[in-house]
Design a protein around this ligand. Structure first.
Ligand code: COA
Length: 323
């Protein structure tokens, strides 16, 4: 059975650190409030002129180096982002050009904070169907550009960054012992589209707009939807929560991660947490967290890794991967 195996991982964070105390200089907030409600202590902010493409290329280069291959070996780029450099073309094509890759296909996927799980699921399906041999799956965001910096209820939550993985087609046995993507599940429910959205766009206002959110509603739905899609994905593979070595969640809020883990019966020690230093980097947060846990030696070859996310739309999903 053809499987899409993760052969390399990399990430990139902009140099500028914005702490909670820095934020308290220009909005009515405090380090204490932000840490208590979200677990966030600091986030990174892209420099002037540093775009989503730049972040994505840096993460992609690191993932390619980790896989020990060049961009010429890649025949698919799927980039998850809600903060593209331009309305079109897809930022993935700019990444493709920067990497010097001239064959294959490159496109963006837009599922906000669920973007990386969506992109991984799409790339996995294409690799398994024979449509690609090696794919770069990237999550990259510059959310600092769509925040209303006078709105303390949203501007304290988000940050910029990028992460990428290299997927490679390999033959597996068709069992859950195989390396690679074992199962993915995607969901959306557009009835909730006004609970987390950006109030601008090319066809509506001809502006970029700013992020708007009903925080409590998002929180409530996130815990329910994430726990349920984690269960569905494991059931698809015939596995249970006890089989999971690591949960790598979308890093939105420590309280959401704690509540979900509790509801799902996974100990906190198995949950990779980076929201304290990254904030919510939307589609970039899962590959950023994965990279931290792989580089510090927690996630090892053969481990069963469950990724999950929920975002605007609402969209939500999970992916089960044997590392
Ligand atoms: N600093 C200080 N006070 C703040 C604040 C900030 N940054 N943001 C909001 N407040 C205030 C509110 O104005 C409110 O004050 P009031 O009681 O005088 O009206 C008070 O804190 C409580 O606000 P509330 O919205 O009820 O807080 P909360 O406990 O729901 O926490 C969130 C707010 C945003 C942290 C929480 O709802 C949340 O995490 N939601 C999910 C958000 C998310 O993860 N989104 C992305 C998903 S991909």
């Amino acid at each position: 059975m053809r499987r899409a195996v993760i052969q390399g991982i990399g990430s990139y964070l902009p140099a500028k650190v914005l702490t909670n105390n820095d934020l308290a200089q220009f909005v009515d907030t405090s380090d204490e409030w932000i840490v208590e409600r979200t677990g966030i202590r600091e986030r990174r902010i892209a420099a002037d002129g540093e775009t989503t493409c730049h972040l994505a290329v840096a993460a992609a280069r690191a993932a390619l180096a980790d896989a020990g291959i060049g961009a010429d070996a890649i025949d698919l780029i799927v980039l998850a982002t809600s903060t593209p450099d331009n309305t079109f073309p897809a930022t993935a094509t700019s990444v493709q050009a920067e990497l010097g890759m001239t064959r294959g296909a490159a496109f963006d996927v837009q599922a906000v904070c669920s973007g990386f799980v969506y992109a991984l699921s799409v790339a996995d399906a294409m690799v398994r169907a024979g449509g690609a041999e090696r794919a770069l799956v990237i999550g990259a965001e510059t959310f600092s550009r769509i925040l209303d910096w006078s709105d303390r209820t949203t501007c304290v939550l988000f940050g910029d960054g990028a992460g990428a993985v290299v997927l490679e087609a390999q033959e597996g046995q068709g069992s859950v012992a195989d390396r690679g993507v074992l199962a993915t599940r995607l969901h959306s429910d557009g009835r909730h589209k006004d609970k987390l959205y950006v109030d601008g766009g090319p066809s509506s206002t001809q502006t970029v707009g700013h992020l708007r959110m009903e925080g409590k509603e998002v929180f409530k739905h996130a815990v329910i939807n994430i726990a349920s899609v984690m269960g569905e994905t494991l059931a698809d593979a015939g596995l249970t929560a006890e089989d999971v070595d690591w949960v790598v969640p979308h890093q939105a809020n420590k309280r959401i991660l704690d509540s979900t883990a509790k509801r799902f019966g996974i100990p906190e020690s198995k949950v990779v947490l980076t929201v304290d230093v990254h904030g919510n980097t939307s589609a970039a947060s899962i590959p950023l967290a994965l990279d931290v846990a792989v580089k510090d030696g927690r996630i090892r070859r053969g481990d069963l890794v469950l990724m999950e996310a929920m975002g605007g739309g609402f969209t939500w999903g999970a992916a089960l991967v044997r590392w």
